[in-house]
Design a protein around this ligand. Structure first.
Ligand code: IMP
Ligand code: MG
Length: 172
């Protein structure tokens, strides 16, 4: 597998983003809301780069893929959602691909009346976008290739990789 983003490149960018959020949300009731499962590693690293008090929480989004790289039916599960009413929510996902997951989540979370919601995607594939919105913040724009590592999976494997790699078509 070819490395697209090294451990160092990711760490540098995540700490830069954490620095920005420290300023943007200073004095605000921030909740960093991760989208399971892909965002767990990013959330763990990002919150340690945000040097103001804040809370964390998670929601689950799964678009059934199985042994394919094509997204299927999108399911949202808010059972783990903390109280975000009146809070400034930073919704964090691993990747903005078609954008359907982010669009659906932003829409569903409005009913809880947060003070604000902004989105962060570590990766963004601009060529694949199918919705009107774009992420408010992103780590890296990447080409249209299927990537794994740093939380991103193929068939639930490879999330543990420290770097982000391109999955070869022969391995799919
Ligand atoms: P969406 O198309 O923006 O809704 O993205 C749906 C989900 O597909 C993302 O949250 C990821 O979990 C997954 N996904 C999209 N592209 C990739 C990829 O290149 N590698 C691994 N997962 C991906
Ligand atoms: Mg995923």
């Amino acid at each position: 597998m070819e490395t697209l983003l090294t451990e160092k490149a990711i760490a540098d960018r995540v700490s830069e983003l954490g620095g920005s959020f420290t300023e943007i949300y200073r004095g605000r009731p921030l909740t960093v809301l991760g989208v399971l499962n892909g965002s767990v590693i990013l959330v763990a690293d990002l919150i340690r780069a945000i040097n103001i008090p804040h809370q964390i929480g998670f929601v689950r989004a799964s678009s059934y893929r199985g042994e394919t790289t094509v997204a299927g039916q999108l399911t949202i599960d808010t059972d783990l959602l903390p109280d975000i009413t009146g809070r400034d929510v930073l919704l964090v996902d691993d990747i903005f691909d078609t954008g359907r997951t982010m669009a659906r989540l932003l829409d569903e979370l409005q009913q809880y009346q947060p003070a604000s919601i902004r989105s962060l995607a570590l990766l963004w594939k601009p060529a694949r976008r199918e919705v009107a919105l774009v992420p408010d913040f992103y780590g890296f724009q990447i080409p249209d290739a299927f990537v794994v590592g740093y939380g991103l999976d193929y068939n639930d494997n490879y999330r543990h990789l420290r770097q982000i790699q391109v999955l070869n078509p022969e391995e799919i």
